[in-house]
Design a protein around this ligand. Structure first.
Ligand SMILES: Cc1cc2nc3c(=O)[nH]c(=O)nc-3n(C[C@H](O)[C@H](O)[C@H](O)COP(=O)(O)OP(=O)(O)OC[C@H]3O[C@@H](n4cnc5c(N)ncnc54)[C@H](O)[C@@H]3O)c2cc1C
Length: 403
């Protein structure tokens, strides 16, 4: 018997899931996305692509570990130059976490112990070695110590998404670009299909919301509350400079809520050190991007840039105010909605966890495996929406630890 699986969203999560499910016995996979062909209007199109395997919980670490394994295996299928330690889409640059105070050094020591428990390579280094590992990004005058994760890396999320889409299509999945889902068909307490903007019904046995920050909108039309809060987040790029290979490690300052990346021919820096800026789902446009608000974001970016060595501080050339999801416990919403059979969530998932999350969800959909209970999308059922939103926003500044 054919099982019709409709995935709403062709970002890195929907494309990873399509690759997992396409070609499995009896599975017919259709992916709907309102973005035009070849464009990623969701968060995936904006992520600078830090992949840190060590999460704050074992379930996140396992998802990230599985994800990196899969991204590495995509090397031959992604266009572009293959890179050391992975395919074109994943580059094993390593990650360096830097402390600029004794308290932050305490955090690094705690994370070094967590890494050991998880069996991940990680090494505490002194300030001099930290600066030698990332001379453009680490200022030896302010660094106290560092924690180096050699197996972490950076992702080109667009390439990884395209590679997985190609594999899914080759295995029989159909992608409908420029196609907006406007509602769910519910009969006898079960989801039976997805309504499109042109009034067509796409019948389904299983419907997966992989629609990122827009997930709550479609869920609400089915009477389901998805406890995900879209927030906007600043990331800026410097102007082009001579390219350097290999690229240096991704750098994070956990105590300062700042991270920076060597993009090869330019540098970039992002910061969480500002009041969280939620975006009401109803106010979202079709892109996961908001206008640059100035004010608080300018101040936070200036403070972030001051962490770089004076010679390498840059004037922002491109300012991005991207939108992604936060949840009340900083974890994805992954699995079935117990109260509405036929509907699944694959939302609030980072690039860092996307392929591993897709593998776990595919096993739940196709293999009847239970899926990680800690990630069940209705785990907050019964709690007031305002309180959940408050908790989610409270985690915004801790995101550096999420992976
Ligand atoms: C500035 C920024 C920095 C980030 N940094 C990192 C990082 O360093 N590391 C990391 O791991 N993650 C990072 N993230 C988070 C990461 O980008 C996202 O978690 C991830 O890309 C989400 O993927 P997705 O496929 O779930 O969602 P999306 O990429 O948003 O895809 C959802 C898709 O659903 C489609 N869609 C929505 N509603 C409908 C509808 N009704 N009908 C049809 N289609 C619909 C959209 O068009 C979209 O293409 C960052 C995000 C931003 C914005």
């Amino acid at each position: 018997m054919t099982r019709r699986i409709v995935i709403v969203g062709a970002g890195i999560v929907g494309s990873s899931l399509a690759r997992e499910l396409a070609g499995r016995d009896g599975c017919q996979v259709t992916v709907l996305d309102r973005s035009p062909a070849g464009r990623l209007h969701g968060s995936t199109g904006h992520a600078p692509g830090y992949i840190g395997v060590l999460g704050e919980t074992p379930v996140l670490t396992e998802l990230a570990r599985a994800t990196v394994r899969i991204y590495r295996s995509l090397g031959d299928d992604a266009p572009g130059r293959a890179r050391p330690g992975g395919g074109a889409g994943f580059e094993e640059t390593g990650c360096l976490e830097v402390a600029t105070s004794p308290a932050a050094y305490g955090t690094l020591r705690r994370r070094a112990a967590l890494a050991r428990e998880a069996g991940l390579a990680a090494r505490l280094v002194d300030a001099g070695e930290a600066a030698a590992l990332a001379p453009r990004l680490v200022d030896p005058a302010t660094a106290v110590a560092g924690l180096h994760f050699p197996g972490d890396g950076t992702a080109r999320a667009g390439l990884l998404t395209a590679a997985q889409r190609r594999l899914a299509e080759a295995a029989g999945a159909e992608f409908a670009d420029g196609t907006e889902a406007t509602g769910l068909e519910i009969r006898a307490g079960r989801v039976h299909g997805v309504w499109l903007a042109d009034g067509t019904l796409v019948p389904s046995d299983d419907t997966v919301l992989a629609s990122g920050v827009w997930g709550p909108l479609l869920a609400a039309r089915a009477g389901v509350e998805l406890p995900l809060t879209p927030v906007s987040h600043p990331y800026v790029y410097g102007g082009p400079r001579p390219a350097r290979h290999p690229r240096g490690p991704f750098v994070r300052w956990p105590g300062r809520h700042v991270y920076a990346r060597d993009h090869g021919d330019r540098d970039g820096i992002g910061t969480y050190a500002h009041e969280p800026r939620p975006v009401a789902p109803a106010d979202l446009g079709v892109r996961a991007e908001e206008p640059w608000p100035g004010g608080q974001f300018d101040g936070a970016v200036a403070a972030a840039l001051a962490l770089l060595p004076p010679a390498h501080r840059f004037a922002p050339d491109v300012r991005l105010n991207g939108v992604f999801s936060v949840t009340p416990d900083n974890m994805p919403l992954l699995g079935p909605f117990e109260g509405l059979p036929g509907l699944w969530s694959a939302t609030a998932v980072w690039v860092t966890h996307a392929a591993g999350a897709a593998a776990a969800l595919a096993e739940a959909i196709d293999g009847g495996e239970p899926g990680p209970a800690a990630l069940a999308p209705d785990r907050f059922a019964g709690e007031p929406a305002g309180e959940l939103r408050r908790r989610a926003l409270g985690h915004y500044n801790d995101i550096y630890a999420a992976g």
